[in-house]
Design a protein around this ligand. Sequence first.
Ligand code: OXD
Ligand code: MN
Length: 626
Amino acid sequence: MDEKIGNILRNKLTEKDYQKLIKIDNPELHNFVAEYIELCNPESVFVCDDSDEDRDYIRKAAIKDGEEMKLAMEGHTVHFDGYYDQARDKKRTKFLVDEGVDLGPNLNTIDKKEGLEEINGIMKNIMNGHTLYVRFFTLGPMNSIFSIPCVQLTDSSYVAHSDDLLYRPGYEEFIRQGRDARFFKFVHSEGRLDERKISVDIDKRRIYIDNEGGIVYSVNTQYGGNTIGLKKPAMRLAIYRAEKEGWLTEHMFLMGIHGPNNRVTYFTGAFPSLCGKTSTSMVPGETIVGDDISYLRVKEGKAYAVNVEKGMFGIIMGVNSKDDPIIWKRLHTPKEIIFSNVLVTEDKSVYWIGKDGEIPEKGMNHSGEWFKGKKDAEGNEITPSHRNARFTISLDTLDNADPNIHNPEGCPVGGIIYGGRDSDTWVPVEQSFNWQHGIITKASALESETTAATLGKEGVRKFNLMSNLDFISIPLGSYIQNNLNFGKKLEKPPLIFAVNYFLKDKDGNFLNSKVDKFVWLKWMELRVHNEVDAIETPTGYIPEYKDLRRLFNEVLKKDYSEEAYNQQFTIRIPELLSKIGRIEEIYRTKVPDTPKIVFVELEKQRDKLKKAKEELGEYILPEKLG
Ligand code: OXD
Ligand code: MN
């Protein structure tokens, strides 16, 4: 080892921690750890291996440091992020780019030299008085072609603890791979904390991503979407790597849908945050592999997917005993959970918006002491819990965990679902004609009304390419092309579906109930196996009324009226045409590297819609098409 590096490490690490670190034979790793010890200047360093003892040390540190508080139920803790640090900060998330590298106009970039100077300036001595935790994990199952080793440096015991619930251990994997490890690196510091252990310098909050260096820096923030390195920061690095190597990193759940005769068909699904992704992956009767990020690869002409994570950083708002029985039960079981930004009442239990029961009068939340009617500095009423409040758990502790969760081979993918928050255009469920049609007219045309998962105004319709727009780290056209190419390598590509849970009538009432998706899933599963017919519309294939009526009855024990079907599955030509106009305009004016085929496919789609309009009118009932 280089003498300087050795000195830095020996100076800060205890003998035990030093030995743990150098047991991994990888100079790049040693240099990396030393570099940030020197820059951030923590008071001490804890190197965490995969042992129960070390993992427990982190759990206890989170309580001791005051970053988490114990709740009444065994294993449950709560963490608060600052009032203005409750979501991903898109504005201050930037890609560091070398001179001459062009990521296109849609990505937030900063010149690498300038950005590094800035972030290095902010990070100088930032860990003063803090312990630096060094943690090792793998993204994807262990011992698998999918897996990527990662090292996370953080001075937040909450982040280090969250990692533990969310990711598979990686210390032994680093030892095994030694100098061959092609690992991702994450440096996080919460910066100066106030007496509530909340980041103070949020004006200096930064999340900077270096694609080529495989490193992400995150400072002066605690919110998990900004800080948990292996989650959204790693997703951006993985999208970059995937495009170079011809596989996919997607903002997708992975679940088993249970068909007739105990058949399980795996589906992935991409939805923007807060649009039903987790609740779909948790539908009763089905099994979950993952709720947020999937890697997909082609093996022997077939698509396989894995869950990159092993836990869930789920949105808690609206979780109730009726609609979400499995999560509800888990949230009331004495097993490890970190709640964040919920309301804690005097008896040390938690409340969140939409939970069964009465809203408490007072408690403690992300704003400090809370009482009904409390207002913030801007005069806005403070809700009891934040709308983006979360729970963090390991999936293994769920009753509906799929047996293939850790399968290093991955799960064969039968179907892919894209869904956004759309009040007036798409039908509740529709199958695209083929891979190319699906990738272009569904996935690449996805729009969604904004939610509380990012800072900014809610309810504005926004383009959200494959629900992945916030995380794409390469020019958007290349990203679409990589998806198109992926399909070309497959003998029988997964079917691509679009769903819309948020369709409304003219008075603004939802046309579907939350549980209707239970039925859409079963219908899609049957389509993969060609076991139900469908009606061809200008934009794809929709279910026949008779099949839905049967499925509503079987799955939900509910009568499904033809009137409801007609209202939901009317093909809305004017809205669909406007959407194509909007999408085409975006690609024409804002995505200079759009593959030509995108315009060709959109034009074809427009022609079909126009023809249908001439023949059948603007609003077409399914029976007119069948
Ligand atoms: C998430 C997100 O936390 O997408 O998964 O915001
Ligand atoms: Mn997500």
